[in-house]
Design a binder for this molecule. Structure first.
Ligand code: FDA
Length: 305
C-alpha cells in the first residue's frame, strides 16, 4: 500500500515541484546519486574501478515530452562516452539509457535514432549500452527497439523485470548468444493483470528467470541486492557450469556497498549502477518505495536544512 502511494507520487509533477523546492537533505540525495555533472560521473567511475568494481552510468531524466530535452540527453551521453574514452575508463564503465528520456513517448522512432547514436559512440569508445526498462506500457516498444539496436550493435543490453508475468518467457526468448540481459525485480507500480503483487511471487519468478538466463547462451546480469537471490545466482551459475566471467552481478550506487566489495573480492564481476544529474526526483522516489524504512528519513529530510 505504502509502496503504491510512493510510486504514484513518483509520477506526480505537483509532488515533484513540492519536493524539488523543499530543503531535501543533500546527504539523502547524495547517498543514491553520484553528483550532477559528467565530471562527477567520471570521478565516481574511477573510485569504483580502484576498488575492483565496474560501473554503468545513468544520466538522470525520464518521461521527456520536449524534443530539445531529448536531444540534450543524447548529447550528454555522447559527451560522457567521449570523457570515458579520453580518461581510459571505457573498460570500467558502460552506460544505461532510458528511452523515455530520449523521447520514446513523443515518437519511438526518434528515441531509436538517438539511442543508435549513443550505441555507436559507445562502440567507438570500446564499451556498451544497456537500455533500462520502464513501466509495462513500453515493454514491447523497448524490447523491439533493443532488438533493432542489436542489428548494428549486438552487445546492446536489455532489462527484464521479474515482477511481470510475461518475463520468464521473455528470458527464454532473449537468452540468445551474445545477448546481455539485466534481470531486476521491477520498480514501477503495475496492475495485477500484468504483474505479481506479492513479493514472494516476484522472488519465485526471479528464480525461474535466473534459471532461464543461466541455461541460455547469453550474458546474464543479475541486478539485485537480495542476499538470497544472489546466493541462488551463484548456485545456478555453478549448476550450469558457468565461469565467473560469463555473468555479472549489479547493484545500485549507495546500496549494500560492503556486499558489492565482497562479491568483487571473491572474483565475481560486480557492476554498480551510478545515476548522476539533477533530475533525481523519480529515481529517488523509487528507491524510497523499495524500503519503507527510507521513507521516515526522507520525510524528515523534507523539513531539515
Ligand atoms: P528488494 O527490494 O527485496 O531488496 C533486497 C534488500 O536490498 C533489502 O532488504 C535491503 O537490504 C536492500 N535494499 C533494496 N533496495 C534498497 C533501497 N532503496 N535502500 C536501501 N536498501 C535497499 N528496475 C526497473 O524497473 N527497471 C530497470 O531498468 C532497473 N534497473 C536496475 C539496475 C540495477 C543495477 C539494479 C540493482 C536495479 C535496477 N532496477 C530497475 C530496480 C529493481 O527493479 C528493484 O526495484 C531494486 O533493485 C530493489 O530490488 P532488490 O532486487 O534489490 O530486492
Amino acid at each position: 500500500m505504502l509502496r503504491s502511494v510512493i510510486l504514484a507520487a513518483a509520477r506526480s509533477s505537483k509532488i515533484e515541484r513540492l519536493v524539488g523546492t523543499a530543503p531535501v537533505s543533500r546527504s539523502l540525495v547524495r547517498r543514491y546519486v553520484a553528483g550532477e555533472t559528467t565530471a562527477h560521473a567520471v570521478a565516481t567511475t574511477r573510485t569504483l574501478a580502484a576498488d575492483g568494481l565496474l560501473a554503468t552510468l545513468d544520466y538522470l531524466g525520464e518521461d521527456t515530452v520536449v524534443v530539445e530535452q531529448a536531444d540534450a540527453t543524447r548529447d550528454e551521453y555522447l559527451g560522457l562516452l567521449a570523457a570515458l574514452k579520453g580518461e581510459g575508463l571505457a573498460g570500467s564503465a558502460e552506460v544505461s539509457v532510458k528511452l523515455s528520456a530520449l523521447g520514446q513517448r513523443i515518437d519511438p522512432e526518434l528515441a531509436y535514432d538517438r539511442a543508435r547514436e549513443i550505441c555507436a559512440a559507445a562502440e567507438d569508445a570500446g564499451t556498451t549500452v544497456t537500455v533500462d526498462m520502464e513501466d509495462h506500457t513500453v515493454t514491447d516498444s523497448t524490447l523491439e527497439i533493443v532488438q533493432r539496436l542489436r542489428e548494428d550493435h549486438p552487445r546492446t543490453g536489455a532489462v527484464l523485470q521479474a515482477y511481470l508475468r510475461r518475463t520468464e518467457d521473455d528470458c527464454k526468448t532473449q537468452a540468445a548468444p551474445d545477448s546481455r540481459i539485466r534481470l531486476c525485480k521491477g520498480a514501477y507500480k503495475e496492475p495485477e493483470s500484468v504483474a505479481y503483487q506479492r513479493s514472494l511471487d516476484v522472488d519465485r519468478s526471479y528464480v525461474r528467470c535466473i534459471n532461464a538466463l543461466m541455461a541460455g547462451e547469453g550474458y546474464p546480469m543479475l541486478a539485485t541486492h537480495d542476499p538470497r537471490l544472489i546466493e541462488i545466482g551463484i548456485d545456478r551459475a555453478r549448476w550450469y557450469d558457468r565461469g565467473k566471467e560469463s555473468f555479472e552481478f549489479q547493484m545500485l550506487y549507495g546500496i549494500r556497498p560492503t556486499e558489492q566489495l565482497r562479491l568483487a573480492a571473491e572474483g565475481y564481476r560486480m557492476r554498480v549502477y551510478v545515476p548522476y544529474g539533477d533530475q533525481w526526483y523519480g529515481y529517488l522516489m523509487r528507491r524510497m518505495a523499495e524500503r519503507p524504512a527510507n521513507l521516515a528519513v526522507f520525510a524528515r529530510s523534507l523539513w531539515t536544512k
